[in-house]
Each structure stands twice: as structure tokens, then as C-alpha cells.
Design a protein around this ligand. Structure first.
Ligand SMILES: C[S@@+](CC[C@H](N)C(=O)[O-])C[C@H]1O[C@@H](n2cnc3c(N)ncnc32)[C@H](O)[C@@H]1O
Length: 223
């Protein structure tokens, strides 16, 4: 495991409770999750995998798309995040939602599946293009959807970009360091664009939507 990966896991493990609140209640985030899961274009009875499912904020939306007769699999490598997702699944009594402790870059899931979702994960991957390519392989006749946030090129986004830079630095482990080379927001944008590029290269049809002045990017690719 690389130092960066270990630090990211330790960070998310420590902050899982706070992350869960933000992931569920930040204004607009529920609508974004609803939009992203609809973009998967799933049918009832389908199987969908969420890479880097975290505390499970997307699971209710995914389950709604595939119904009780479908299957939802969440993969995450941070035990503390997955524990929260586990509590949600057990509390709701969802027998068709399964959680796997594993590395999304080497998916512990045999394909084919009908859809793959990854929200706010691509920016954490050292080689997002290769990971996304692997996810596309799992979905020979379905859709892969990515949602990510990164600095926007829109002129009007300058104030939101400034806030985004500050949040990125504060949420990069170790949390009390304020100078990085390269800055985490630049690395994040590079990775997010690389993941999107890989998806668009593989897709025979694609869908793109931007929100919050271009900061949040939703990208869907039909294989
Ligand atoms: C920012 S959180 C997003 C969680 C969730 N997708 C959401 O939208 O709330 C990123 C999650 O991805 C997980 N993650 C990052 N890289 C991963 C990898 N290679 N394998 C599995 N999980 C990974 C982290 O553990 C963390 O739970």
C-alpha cells in the first residue's frame, strides 16, 4: 500500500462520522445522487456496483433504481466508512445490498454487471484512467457514471474556486499542513479529467452535466 493510500484510508476512517453527515445533508447533494443514479439507466432486477461507496450515501438511490429484486454491491477499502454503510444496510434490512471491503482499482467483483457508479472517488486514485478502463470492462452492455468535484474554468466560479481550494487543502492529510507541491486541487483536477477522458474514450454514447458553476462534473458513458 502506498503512503498516500494509507494516509487517505486513515483520514477517511477517522472522519467517517462527519463525512457521513456532509455526504447526506449538504444542500443539493441528495438531488445530485438521485441524478447520478438515474443516469445509470438501470432497470429493476439489474446489478450495479458502486466503487468507493464510503458511508453508503448513494445506496438508497441505487436500491431504488434496481428494486428489491436487483442487486447493489458497494466496494470500499476504508473499514470505518464501510462500517457506517453496514449499519445503514442492516438498519434498513436490505438483503440485496452487499458490501465488500476491497480495492476498487482491482474490483473484487466478477462481471458482467449492468452499471458502475463512482462518486468523489476518481480524484483519490493514482491512475484513474486505468481504473476507469477496468470498470468499463465490467459493464459490456451498461453504463458507467462518474461524479467528481474539481476547480472550474468558468470565470464566474472564482469565489467558489477559492473556497474549493481551501476545502481541498484542509481535507488533504495531514490536515494541518497548508502547503503542498503540487497543490492538491491541481492534482485533483488532473485526476478527475483523466478519469473522465478514459470514460469518454470507451463510451459509445455519453452524457455530461456540470453543476455549481462547473465545479461538480457528472459524466455518464454507455458501453
Ligand atoms: C470522498 S469519499 C466518497 C464516498 C461516496 N462515494 C460518496 O459519494 O459519499 C471517497 C471514498 O472512496 C474510497 N476509496 C478511495 N480509493 C479507493 C480504492 N482504491 N478502493 C476502494 N475504495 C476507495 C475511500 O475509502 C472513501 O470512502
Amino acid at each position: 500500500m502506498s503512503t498516500g493510500t494509507a494516509a487517505a484510508r486513515a483520514f477517511y476512517g477517522r472522519w467517517a462520522g462527519l463525512y457521513d453527515l456532509l455526504a447526506t445533508y449538504v444542500p443539493g447533494v441528495g438531488e445530485l445522487r438521485d441524478r447520478a443514479t438515474r443516469a445509470l439507466d438501470l432497470d429493476r432486477g439489474d446489478t450495479v456496483v458502486e466503487m468507493g461507496c464510503g458511508t453508503g450515501a448513494n445506496l438508497p438511490y441505487l436500491r431504488e433504481q434496481v428494486g428489491p429484486e436487483g442487486t447493489v454491491v458497494g466496494v470500499d477499502y476504508t473499514r470505518g466508512m464501510l462500517d457506517r454503510a453496514d449499519r445503514l444496510v442492516e438498519g434498513e434490512g436490505w438483503e440485496n445490498v452487499h458490501l465488500v471491503h476491497g480495492d476498487a482499482t482491482q474490483p473484487p467483483i466478477p462481471g458482467p454487471v449492468d452499471g458502475v457508479l463512482a462518486t468523489f472517488v476518481s480524484g483519490m486514485l493514482a491512475d484513474p484512467a486505468t481504473a476507469v478502463d477496468g470498470w468499463c470492462d465490467l459493464v459490456p452492455d451498461g453504463t458507467v457514471v462518474l461524479v467528481d468535484a474539481a476547480l472550474s474554468d468558468e470565470r464566474a466560479a472564482a469565489p467558489v474556486n477559492a473556497l474549493f481550494r481551501a476545502l481541498t487543502v484542509l481535507s488533504t492529510p495531514p490536515t494541518l499542513r497548508f502547503r503542498y507541491d503540487p497543490p492538491p486541487h491541481d492534482l485533483l483536477r488532473e485526476r478527475v479529467e483523466s478519469a473522465r477522458g478514459a470514460l469518454l474514450d470507451r463510451a459509445r454514447a455519453s452524457y455530461r452535466e456540470e453543476r455549481v458553476l462547473g465545479i461538480v462534473r457528472l459524466t455518464g458513458g454507455r458501453m
